[in-house]
Ligand binder design. Structure first.
Ligand SMILES: Cc1cc2nc3c(=O)[nH]c(=O)nc-3n(C[C@H](O)[C@H](O)[C@H](O)COP(=O)(O)OP(=O)(O)OC[C@H]3O[C@@H](n4cnc5c(N)ncnc54)[C@H](O)[C@@H]3O)c2cc1C
Ligand code: SF4
Length: 328
């Protein structure tokens, strides 16, 4: 571990000021940052502890709910407002990590967590454009079973690991950020960046900017939503493929649809092409499959992860079928 200093802040302006210093990093639950500091992938000179900030509330606001960035994953998952109005969000959190991790980890940190690509985290410093820009990508020709099949580039094929971020992207979440230039809002679907030629740039977040809250807008498809996660074991494991889905049904007809994939994309993957196929159609397995085929038509495997393309399609068909219930 590299040497660093530590400061605990109690107001947002203080956090922004301390976090704006060169090579400073915020820490919340520490379940990702400290891990990466131990293997020296992250080497902040200043660690700014934001846990004393008053940003842990979960409350109803006009048009939806607001979740403070320091709310713990377990508290958000168990909150009645989230369970009733945004079940996909609660389910995505409950299917994440382990109870101990969910008790410690914040939702701001969850959105900011970094990839689990083994070459990114490895102690033997193999080429990795995300860790060391310009060095190459070891995963393309190497271990890539867990890597992405959509949104990839020549520079990086790492999967985004968050489940929560997938549900928030599907349900039109909006992040509030506070930074040296003041407050701004970013749609969750735009917050995570595609790797392109710069895989080390992962978010629309300036240095020193802090996520302060996540707003989730009420909608019929949000109240009727779910999250399905397929993984190698049933607990404490990242997704091979997952789908956050929301449907507003009028009898058997789909009036509103929201879809996002996890486990297969370099960012939480909002599936707008699939949504366009679903709207106005009958809720049938054939329609669900057509939506999955359209969304994944440009997906590309790298050998070991080829299976993810078909798995993602089947995950979406099952998620939509379960949600539509008798309608499908
Ligand atoms: C074994 C294991 C299994 C896991 N399985 C899953 C899983 O299945 N699904 C899943 O989604 N996740 C999983 N995780 C990841 C876990 O959910 C994240 O580590 C956690 O959510 C990070 O939150 P944190 O508060 O601990 O973040 P920290 O480690 O404190 O911070 C992480 C990053 O976020 C930044 N940060 C923190 N808060 C803010 C803020 N408010 N504004 C701006 N930047 C901020 C930090 O600077 C740091 O870069 C797993 C983790 C482990 C260790
Ligand atoms: S996939 Fe991305 S994170 Fe993994 S080795 Fe390649 S560049 Fe690094």
């Amino acid at each position: 571990m590299h040497p660093f200093d530590y400061v605990r802040v109690s107001t947002v302006p203080e956090a922004v000021k301390s976090g704006s210093r060169e090579s400073a990093k915020f820490v919340a639950g520490g379940t990702n940052l400290i891990d990466l500091m131990k293997c020296t992938v992250e080497r902040p000179a200043h660690v700014v502890d934001v846990n004393a900030l008053p940003l842990a509330s979960i409350e109803a606001v006009s048009g939806g709910i607001r979740i403070g960035a320091l709310a713990r994953m377990s508290d958000v998952a168990a909150h009645p407002l989230v369970q009733q109005r945004f079940p996909a969000v609660s389910q995505a959190l409950l299917l994440s990590a382990s109870p101990q991790l969910r008790n410690a980890a914040s939702i701001g940190g969850n959105l900011m967590q970094r990839t689990r690509c083994p070459y990114f985290r490895e102690l033997i410093w193999t080429p990795c454009n995300k860790r060391n820009p310009g060095s190459g990508c070891s995963a393309r020709e190497g271990e890539n079973r867990m890597q992405a099949v959509i949104g990839t580039s020549d520079a990086c094929i790492a999967t985004h690991p968050s489940d929560f971020a997938v549900a928030v992207a599907a349900l039109d979440g909006v992040l509030t950020l506070h930074g040296p230039k003041g407050e701004r809002r970013v749609n969750a679907v735009d917050f995570h960046l595609l790797p392109g030629r710069t895989p080390h740039l992962e978010h629309d977040l300036a240095h020193g900017e802090l996520i302060t809250s996540v707003f989730l807008p009420d909608a019929p498809h949000a109240a009727h939503s779910s999250y399905l996660k397929v993984r190698d074991r049933s607990s404490y494991e990242f997704a091979l493929a997952s789908a956050a889905v929301g449907l507003a049904l009028d009898g058997n007809t789909i009036r509103g649809a929201r879809v996002a994939f996890g486990g297969i994309g370099t960012k939480p993957w909002r599936a707008r092409a699939a949504e366009a196929v679903l709207i106005g159609k009958a809720a049938t397995v054939d329609v669900f499959r057509a939506a999955a085929d359209v969304e994944l038509k440009d997906a590309r495997g790298y050998g070991q992860n080829d299976f993810k393309i078909e798995l993602a399609k089947r995950t979406l068909v099952r998620a939509l079928g379960d949600l539509a219930g008798g309608a499908a």
